[in-house]
Write a protein that binds this ligand. Structure first.
Ligand SMILES: Cc1cc2nc3c(=O)[nH]c(=O)nc-3n(C[C@H](O)[C@H](O)[C@H](O)COP(=O)(O)OP(=O)(O)OC[C@H]3O[C@@H](n4cnc5c(N)ncnc54)[C@H](O)[C@@H]3O)c2cc1C
Length: 507
């Protein structure tokens, strides 16, 4: 294994930075032992690879310590990589894009700072997990429901900054963000929107700004460390119905997408339907498709007063069952019924976090099972959805690889997630899976699509696809990067944006 000192940093400068971190935070909050650092590897890269190893991890407990860390890193030119819970599995976990970075582990900043039950929002520190937010909302009376992703162990802040998704009407998590506090690369502190005025009570209630709005700059970016986030949640409805549509075949898929899009645009269905092709993995790691792999299910939910949910369901049933071969079913619960929603599908659409989805995904190779998710975005039109689904299926078939899929519908866009499984202890197999991802990327780019989020290995390759006007968007990101972070210390390479001194010349 080669030294983990980051490229372009003198070992003496790194040593001085580590000493300064220790003086500032205390020895217990600075980890540099390689064995201890292994807990922060990307669990889904080849297990013996050192490509994304960190040199140290620091664990601040307040904003002032985050500011001190950034200032020390700037003084010594040491790259930092931030995570909030670091559960970004399949997109890198807690590991840094640039080898030798110092991890800023924010798990210790885990307070829910405020819950406003009248205005339906919470204010969280970065280490707050979905489990913690749920508990805080329950403690505040249970009148508020969070939107949550499939696994409860991640953070509200990290997930939302990555444009993460959930399954209630508030499932587009980046849109729930209202008012950020951010440590900038020079160590100064910014509050966005109304929060730019000290003491403004609309900080977490009005999402825009006086003048330009900067919140979007901190999503999937390397321009700051978010230390506080306002986050909108939904009011508990009187009733909630978990619904399913089942059907067969890609032609029907296209029709169901079109019907559900119409129901979403007219706001009969307000959450985000999730489609799956019939597939399962057994304890031997074998995938089971239904005989021809053509069986589909779509889950979605209805929320509101009981009479409204009944009326919405009648409309949905009529519209979906007009498509030949579609069956529709539902289970309805009172809004305050916590235990009735018994399975993961019912819980996740009601905002009750769990970890149930991980177990079946460990069957192929046990606890170490690696997943690689490919997640391109397309428009929410039946024809386009079917074309992209079939293309992805044909590439996996050519590679001889099996996968599970999830198609996440919004009123105007469709997120096509496919997951393939591998053994990260097997170098050849792991390399083949990542090479297969490159092929998927090329194939969908050829028809004009790209992922919304990616793993460490493919950040540059995905960024390369966004080439309009000679990569005008990336060049703008680089100009902002150079202005805010001239020493290039914050998350070099995140989303394909590198600081000037690490940028490779492009033709
Ligand atoms: C089986 C399975 C199911 C999944 N289901 C879902 C799902 O339903 N929805 C979904 O969205 N994802 C899903 N994921 C992906 C992932 O697990 C989640 O998105 C998870 O919440 C991300 O981890 P985190 O919240 O701990 O983020 P982190 O790992 O803490 O952060 C993610 C990234 O955000 C940036 N970042 C984090 N904190 C900060 C900060 N304070 N300031 C600046 N930048 C920061 C960093 O670049 C970091 O790498 C799933 C993954 C698996 C394996």
């Amino acid at each position: 294994m080669t030294s983990t000192v980051p490229q372009g940093v003198a070992p003496s400068a790194l040593a001085r930075a580590l000493d300064a971190f220790t003086a500032e935070l205390g020895a217990a909050a600075v980890i540099s032992d390689p064995a201890e650092l292994r807990q922060f590897r990307d669990p889904y890269t080849y297990s013996e690879s050192d490509e994304f190893d960190a040199v140290a991890a620091v664990m601040p407990t307040d904003v002032e310590q985050v500011q001190a860390i950034v200032r020390i890193a700037g003084e010594h030119g040491v790259p930092l990589w931030t995570f909030s819970q670091g559960r970004n599995n399949t997109y890198g976990g807690p590991a840094p894009r640039m080898r030798g970075s110092v991890l800023v582990n924010l798990r210790g900043m885990n307070r829910v700072l405020e819950v406003d039950t009248d205005l339906a929002y919470a204010v969280v520190e970065p280490g707050v997990r979905w489990f913690d937010l749920f508990d805080a909302l329950q403690a505040a009376g249970g009148d508020l429901w969070p939107s949550i992703p499939d696994l409860g162990w991640g953070s509200v802040v990290g997930n939302s900054l990555e444009y993460g998704i959930g399954y209630t009407p508030y499932g587009d998590h980046a849109r729930n963000v209202c008012g950020l506090e951010v440590v900038l690369p020079d160590g100064s502190l910014l509050r966005t929107g109304m929060g730019a005025m000290a003491g403004n009570a609309a900080f977490h209630t009005y999402p825009h700004s006086f003048g330009p709005s900067f919140d979007g700059l901190f999503h999937q970016s390397n321009l700051g460390i978010v230390t506080r986030m306002g986050w909108w949640v939904m009011r508990r409805p009187e009733a909630y119905a978990a619904c399913w549509a089942r059907f067969r075949g890609y032609d029907t898929l296209g029709e169901v997408v079109d019907v559900l899009r119409g129901l979403m645009l007219d706001r009969t269905v307000e959450n985000h339907p999730l489609f799956n092709r019939g597939v399962d993995v057994d304890e031997q790691g074998n995938f089971h498709l239904d005989p021809d792999g053509e069986g589909w299910s779509a889950r979605f939910a209805l929320y509101g007063r009981e009479s409204l949910v009944d009326a919405q369901y009648a409309i949905v049933q009529e519209a979906l069952q007009a498509v030949p071969g579609v069956e529709v079913a539902r289970r309805t619960f009172a809004g305050d019924d916590l235990t009735g929603p018994a399975n993961h599908d019912e819980r996740v659409q009601r905002g009750v976090p769990d970890m149930d989805l991980l177990d079946p995904r460990m069957l192929p190779y046990g606890e170490v099972t690696g997943h690689l998710d490919f997640s391109p975005i397309g428009p929410a039109k039946g024809e386009a959805v079917v074309r992209l689904e079939k293309l992805v299926r044909s590439v996996y078939a050519r590679q001889g690889r099996q996968y599970v899929n999830g198609l996440y519908l919004s009123p105007r866009s469709a997120l096509h997630i496919s997951t393939t499984f591998f053994d990260p202890r097997n170098e050849q197999q792991t390399a083949a899976v990542y090479a297969g991802y490159t092929e998927l990327l090329e194939e969908v780019a050829a028809i004009g699509y790209a992922p919304y989020r990616t793993n460490l290995q493919h950040m540059d390759q995905v960024a390369d696809r966004f080439g309009f006007a000679d990569h005008a968007q990336r060049r703008l990101a680089e100009r902002i990067k150079d202005a805010l972070d001239p020493a290039g210390i914050l998350a070099p390479g995140k989303s394909g944006v590198w600081p000037a001194h690490l940028r490779t010349p492009r033709s």
